[in-house]
Ligand binder design. Structure first.
Ligand code: DAH
Length: 346
């Protein structure tokens, strides 16, 4: 009885075809589940004559294995089929969706380039606060109290200090505050550049803004000379603008440097012939600089008898305007994609 039933089932199994998930489930329910036909047959074993049981058990086990084999084969086929499906559902003739990548802001490009050039000369990058006390922005940098130089930089004051000007809280007007913080905490040699945002109470126009960016540079060690300053900035100008760039130093005044100099670079647009970028002078100003005033060194706890240093500061917007021929500062903050999109790959 059982043997016959097994024969029938084997034929049924061999002839069955499964092509869908539903059919696979029906197959599983009929043959494999605990309530399926094979389990039923195992259940009826106990009704068979004891001497036949062993042989019948073996036959049933073979049936069970056969069922499992078929089931595994069907489910593998179905899986393969479903992965082929995704391939066939991709239409390779459809047009490509254009990749809308953004571009770096020109100020980011120029800031990174400045950092790269100075890093290769052994400078590291330092950072400092934008909200500062009078001491770090002015006092320690040798600006005497009530000196008109403080008014040269139209300061945004935040809070009056209790009595002493040096505790007044303000938005830094330049990145030179970071020089002071560095020298206060670090023993020379110090060779750092300090990029950052600065704030001045100016009306916004094509040539002025109340928020802009500077990069400060500072090198303090034994025997740092004016020649080191000149060579460093000459190298910078060649790397930043053109390998034929020349620089010239004009005497200037900053409270925190002595002597002080304004750095001009030869106009890389007209090569000195005269154009409206250099206002027909052949030169464009790129930085303020000088030898760190001994008073500044002592204010920061560095012995001016033992150490000397040079410092410089440049505007990132100014360098970007020169480099890309941008005529209006306001472009940098208007976020007009027609402007920003021009710096892709720059
Ligand atoms: N702090 C100056 C400014 O904002 C720029 C400057 C000039 C920085 C000379 C320096 C320097 O370190 O030595 O106009």
């Amino acid at each position: 009885m059982i043997t016959e039933k097994v024969k029938e089932l084997l034929t049924e199994i061999d002839q069955s075809e499964v092509t869908t998930e539903e059919a696979l489930e029906t197959f599983r329910l009929r043959f494999i589940s605990k309530k399926g036909v094979v389990a039923d047959l195992f259940g009826s074993l106990k009704e068979a004559a004891p001497e036949d049981r062993r042989a019948l058990g073996q036959t049933l086990n073979e049936l069970k294995n056969r069922v499992q084999e078929r089931f595994d084969k069907f489910s593998m086929k179905l899986e393969e089929g479903s992965s082929n499906d995704t391939e066939s559902s991709v239409d390779l003739t459809l047009p490509v969706v254009p990749n809308q990548t953004g571009s770096l802001h020109p100020l980011t490009i120029v800031r990174r380039r400045i950092i790269e050039i100075f890093e290769r000369m052994g400078f590291n990058v330092a950072d400092g606060p934008e909200i500062e006390t009078d001491w770090y922005n002015f006092g320690a940098l040798n600006f005497p109290d009530n000196h008109p130089a403080r008014e040269m930089q139209d300061t945004f004051f935040i809070e009056k200090g209790a009595g002493d000007v040096k505790d007044d809280v303000l938005l830094r007007t330049h990145t030179s505050n970071v020089q002071v913080r560095l020298m206060e905490h670090k023993k020379p040699p110090i060779r750092s550049i300090m990029p950052g945002r600065v704030f001045r109470n100016e009306a916004i126009s094509a040539r002025a803004h109340c928020i802009f960016h500077q990069v400060e540079g500072l090198y303090v060690d034994t025997d740092v000379s004016f020649k080191d300053l000149k060579d460093t900035l000459f190298h910078f100008a060649k790397e930043m603008f053109s390998k034929d760039s020349q620089i010239r130093l004009r005497p200037s005044y900053f409270p925190f440097t002595e002597p002080s100099a304004e750095i001009d670079v030869s106009c890389f647009i007209c090569k000195g012939a005269g154009c409206n970028v250099c206002k027909y002078s052949g030169w464009v100003e790129i930085a303020g600089s000088g030898m760190v005033d001994p008073n500044v060194l002592s204010n920061c706890g560095i012995d001016p008898e033992e150490y000397t240093g040079f410092a410089f500061g440049m505007g990132i917007e100014r360098i970007a305007m020169l480099r890309y021929g941008i005529k209006d500062l306001r472009f940098f903050t208007e976020n007009d994609v027609r402007f920003l999109g021009q710096f892709k790959g720059a």
